[in-house]
Design a binder for this molecule. Structure first.
Ligand code: AMP
Ligand code: GLY
Length: 431
């Protein structure tokens, strides 16, 4: 088979790494890929949002199956385009991808179908938002936290957890007047601030069957102890002690299956991966967000734990035969640690030479997945905020984390930063 993976981050490196292990695959392409992906796949310099060029490439190269990593091409309709040309592709079409592409769409759907989530108010303009906040703070003390979400895609940065009235008003001004997230913030959702442990429960679905992958927990903040600015994700691990199988089952029954049924009711089946970001609150499981794809860096721990060949699963998604393909998992733990460029998630420099990747390769229990890297004059150099992650596996989370850090200790580049406390919540709860 000839497979094309779309994307160029750590998630796509993990996908390509896993797909390359399948005996069903003989040719693998990735657009645009990165320096690590180039080890397994031919990298094609086409942007993930250049849907016409990607479709032309797939047609000209007789691609049998395309797998989409990031959300931008999904919400822009890549699946609709490929399917209209009779090509197989894994991912939801543009309309159901609105579950991630529009917070307003997603919240309305959850409300209509009784999917548990935070109380919310939709604001179509700044005046409406300011008025809502005035009313809210007339009934609550000024230091009550509240959450402001830009409606559209904002590269994972469109959510502000405002700690008090002042911050809430400032966030509304930043999004709706200064337009810091551009068009994405022209409408916002203001919602109740929830408290509790978070987990990512991602399912694979053909629109009928919904099969959960192993649960993961992501570390969104840049600083140790979950402090500082939000990032794309600085590490992840699985299993998650706060999300045992009963919780996964509950998320499946109360969140993921109802969402997929709701989408089917709208007339377009949801196929691909559906990611529920959940919070385990005192009053039960609540949905924080939906994503229409696999997570990054969650995928870097999920796929090393997947024992089954991934290709039959991906094919079953497009054929609506997922019920016939069993999914098996290794009975061990995985943890991934992300190394970022100094300054990230603010400004940072690129082009720094990365050393030590060969030593990670020699380690038995870890694997490096590249996020932002490129080849320059025969050397691998940094090319993004999140540069690479090292995933460790082991019999317990503690072993997996230790192996990830052993791998990471070999990696060097100027300005390297990574958190030293990945999975610390899980390690605390298992003591
Ligand atoms: P999102 O981009 O929707 O994943 O949100 C980013 C982060 O903001 C989440 O991982 C949560 O930590 C936080 N967050 C989002 N919504 C809420 C909420 N209603 N209450 C508390 N924290 C939230
Ligand atoms: N790690 C969070 C995400 O992929 O959205």
């Amino acid at each position: 088979m000839r497979i094309l993976v779309i994307g160029g981050g750590g998630r796509e490196h993990a996908l390509v790494w896993k797909i390359a292990q399948s005996p069903l695959v003989n040719t693998l392409y990735c657009a645009p890929g990165n320096a690590g992906i180039a080890e397994y796949a031919e990298c094609v310099p086409i942007k993930v949002t250049d849907i016409d060029a990607l479709a032309r490439f797939a047609e000209e190269h007789s691609i049998d199956l395309t797998v989409v990593g990031p959300e931008a091409p999904l919400t822009a309709g890549i699946v609709d385009k490929f399917e209209s040309m009779g090509m197989r592709i894994v991912g939801p079409s543009a309309s159901p991808a609105q579950l991630e592409g529009s917070k307003i769409f997603s919240k309305r759907l959850m409300q209509t179908y009784g999917i548990p989530t935070a109380e919310f108010h939709i604001c179509e303009n700044q005046e409406d938002a300011e008025l809502f906040l005035h009313r809210f703070y007339a009934q609550h003390p000024p230091h009550t936290p509240i959450v402001i979400k830009a409606d559209g895609l904002a590269a994972g940065k469109g959510v502000i957890v405002a700690q008090n009235r002042e911050e809430a008003h400032a966030s509304i001004r930043a999004m709706m007047f200064d337009q810091v997230f551009g068009e994405a913030g022209s409408k916002v959702v203001i919602e109740e601030c929830l408290f509790g442990e978070e987990a990512s429960i991602i399912a694979i679905t053909d629109g009928f069957d919904v099969v959960p992958l192993v649960p993961t927990q992501d570390h969104k903040r840049i600083g140790e102890g979950d402090t500082g600015l939000n990032t794309g994700g600085m590490g992840a691990y699985s299993p998650v002690p706060c999300a045992p199988s009963e919780i996964v089952e509950e998320v499946l029954e109360r969140i993921l299956r109802p969402a997929i049924r709701a989408i089917a009711d709208l007339g377009i089946p949801y196929r691909g991966f559906l990611y529920a970001g959940i919070m385990l609150t005192e009053t039960g499981v609540k949905t924080i967000e939906f994503n229409c794809r696999l997570g990054d860096p969650e995928t870097q721990v999920i796929l090393p734990l997947l024992e089954s060949d991934i290709v039959p699963l991906l094919l079953a998604v497009t054929d609506c035969t997922l019920a016939q393909v069993p999914i098996r998992w290794h009975n061990y733990a995985a943890a991934t640690v992300v190394a970022a460029s100094g300054g990230y998630p603010g400004d940072y420099e690129t082009g720094k030479v990365i050393t030590g990747l060969d030593k990670v390769h020699e380690e038995q229990n870890c694997v490096a997945f590249h996020s932002g890297t490129r080849l320059e004059e025969g050397q691998i150099v940094t090319n993004g905020g999140r540069v690479l992650s090292v995933t460790g596996i082991g019999a317990s989370i503690m072993d997996a984390v230790a192996n990830a850090y052993i791998g990471m200790s070999h990696i060097q580049f100027e300005g390297i930063y990574y958190r030293g406390d990945i999975a610390s919540r899980a390690l605390r709860s298992s003591q």
